[in-house]
Every structure is written in C-alpha cells, then in structure tokens.
Design a protein around this ligand. Sequence first.
Ligand code: ATP
Ligand code: MG
Length: 429
Amino acid sequence: MRLSRYFLPLLKESPADAQIVSHQLMLRAGMIRQSSAGIYSWLPLGFAVLKRVEQIVREEMDAAGCQEILMPGVQPAELWQESGRYEAYGREMLRFDDRHERPMLLGPTHEELITDIFRRCIRSYRDLPQNLYQIQWKFRDEIRPRFGVMRGREFLMKDNYSFDLDLKGAKRSYDNMFRAYLKTFKRMGLTAIPMRADSGAIGGDMSHEFQILASTGESEVFFDAAFEEIDLTADDLDIEELKALYAATDDEHDAKAVPVAAERLRHGRGIEVGHIFYFGTKYSKAMGATVAGPDGDDVPVEMGSYGIGVSRLVGALIEANHDEKGIIWPEPVAPFTLGLINLRASDQPCTDLTGDLYARLENAGVTVLYDDRDESPGVKFATMELIGLPFQVIVGPRGLKAGVVEVKDRRTGATEELSPEAALNRFAH
Ligand code: ATP
Ligand code: MG
C-alpha cells in the first residue's frame, strides 16, 4: 500500500477525552473514529489489526476442534423470556419492537439463541460433544462506555458454547478451552493469566477470567509470582497445577485465604480479555435442550460458554506494546510487516530503488506500507513510529551512494545497514 493513497487520518494531538494510552494512540494513528458513545468505525489501519486478531482466534478455536457458525445480532425476546433472563438482564440490553410489534433485542450474548438451535437439531447423546463458536458484534448498553474499544457498547466478541452429556465431558470441554485460550493469547505476544472468577450460582472452580497485566486495567489482580516463570503454552503444561496456583481478581481475592508467601504475591491491574464459564444445565433445563442418553432417558445437556473480547484485544495489545513515540505491534497482529520509507521522493535514484523494493517485497507476499509522500524525513519517521509497524526499511540518497539501505526494528530501535538485496531477503522468505 502506498501511504499517499492510504486512508490514514492521523491526529497531531491526543484528543482530550481519551484517558488511556491505547485510546489516544488508536485515535492518533487513525485506526478508529467514534460515531456515538462506545460505538466506533474501524478505519483501514485499525480494521487490518482487528482482522488479524480475529484470524488468530479463529485458527486456535478451529485447532481446538470447534466449529464456526454465525448467529444473528437481532434476537427475539421470546427466547430470553424462556430462559428467565429477559427481566434480569436490565438496561444493558437494547430492546425494541419490530413492525409487527414483536419484542426484539440486540444480542448482548448468545446462550439462549444457541440453546434454541441445539434443541432443534440435536437429539441423541451420540451427537455429543459439540462446541460451536462465532465471531460477531455484540451490543451492550454499558452505563459507562470508556477507554475507547476497551469498554464499548458495540464490540466484537468470539463466543463458544459447549454441549456435553455429563459433568466429566463438560470438564473436558472446559479444559480444552482453557488450553486453547493460553495458546491464543500467546500467539499475539500476550501473557494472559487465568484467574479464578465468580462461578455464579453453580460454584466450583470452572470459571476463569484471562487477564493481561497493564497499569490501566479495570480489574485489580493478585497472583503468584510463579506465573512470571511458567511457559503457559508448553505442551506438557499441567493445567490442574496451573489452576491450583493463586490468581484472583479483587472480587474473588481473599487476603486471608492466600496460599502464597507474601514476597511471592504479585499485585497489579489487569485487562480481562477472555472469560470461560461452565454453567451446567442452567439454560438446557429452562429451555428443554435434552438428548436421549445411552439408556434412552432424556438428559438436559451440560453447557459452558467461552468469550474472548476481540475488539478489546486491539486496545489491550497497545496497552502492552507502546512507547512514548507510539504503538509497537507484535508481528503476528501487525497491520503491515514493514514500513518502507523513501527519504527523498524528489530524488530519482532513491525513488527508483524504493519503488523496486516495494514491488519485489509485495510480490514475495510481505505486507508493506510504502511512504512515498513528499514529506520531510522527520514527518515520515514520526508517522512510522506512531503507527508502529514492526520494521522499517529506509532508503536515502546518502545510503544509496554507499549501496545500502537501513533496516530498523521498531521495538528495539536497533538499526542495520544492508544492501538492498540483503534487506529484501531479510523479509521475503
Ligand atoms: P466485563 O467484566 O469487562 O464487563 P463481562 O464479564 O461482562 O466483561 P463477558 O460476558 O465475560 O464479559 O464477555 C466476554 C469478553 O468480552 C470479556 O472477557 C471481554 O474481553 C469482552 N467484553 C465484555 N464487555 C465488553 C465491552 N463492553 N467492550 C469490549 N469488550 C467487552
Ligand atoms: Mg467476564
């Protein structure tokens, strides 16, 4: 992509209403624009990141044996009256009537809808287990939307729903998701700590929130220092051992019950990027989602639901990866792998070489943002630092004379001088 053609409305100043760094940087880097409180449009740079995050989540869910579906955003109130949540959900649910005066709502979550699909399609225990997921926009009329995409009203969520015949199966499904979540976040370069969360009326230990550490997080968190040492994606990771380690958000934290030596107890703030939850037969009983068991009796299915905040993750990634100059994208989610800077657009040899590198990199499948604008080097550097592409390749008249271009690593700031061929080979595999 040529920067001169790219829709990238940068802002010089941080907007006054953006309180946290990810919100400021997303606005300044032209990733999003607000349309009303907590509701955003995703512009090309932001949308590119959102799609990469979404794709990693999708690949990991597929790898965990789940199947992708897409449910409607608009749901009939009827289903929620059946489950008993229609009244209970309160004002976070946006409700309206259609032209036939049927009460409808914008889905804040999809337990009811999936339970309805399940009960109409699955009749026998032989068809279990099932784990279906979607990646879809949710609407919650949050009382205090804030922090940009971190707490929006309309936001992109990945939500899975598992169905099993019995508790043993449900536990297997839960653990499968637990492992998949650790992998998913790790692939984005994030360490998400699984923390015991409120498991509602059911109790037990089958509810975990996945929290990324960041000083601007909304949750106060407490955890065993062991989490800083463990490889959370090791194949031989014993998740029972992991679950036994202390980690809790403030509402679950009990200073008296902490089995961790004081000097090993870490305290900080976290961003909830995922939540997995076993809720047993809550919806299947209320809505009659049963299967014929092995002995012919009807059994209500055991269910769990598993959410990841896909759009929130974009903000969380920035909270975890930035410096005073701007964003630093981890490669797996970067909107482009590299920024190609032509320091002097008016210099023909420079422009020829940069144009040639650009074409060859793109041919090799490398995603490149080529700054071909007629701007000062200072402006070009500041732009690249702000939008945070992992690498920069800089072509200027002085280097050209010596037969080299500069390759810069955005995260470390380290630079290398390489021949144009060597630079090309660095990225084009
Ligand atoms: P929170 O405690 O942050 O309000 P929640 O517990 O209500 O979240 P869940 O129903 O567990 O959220 O939703 C699954 C995931 O969706 C959360 O872990 C979070 O990452 C994301 N999420 C929830 N609410 C929002 C929101 N208003 N804006 C962006 N992402 C959200
Ligand atoms: Mg939650």
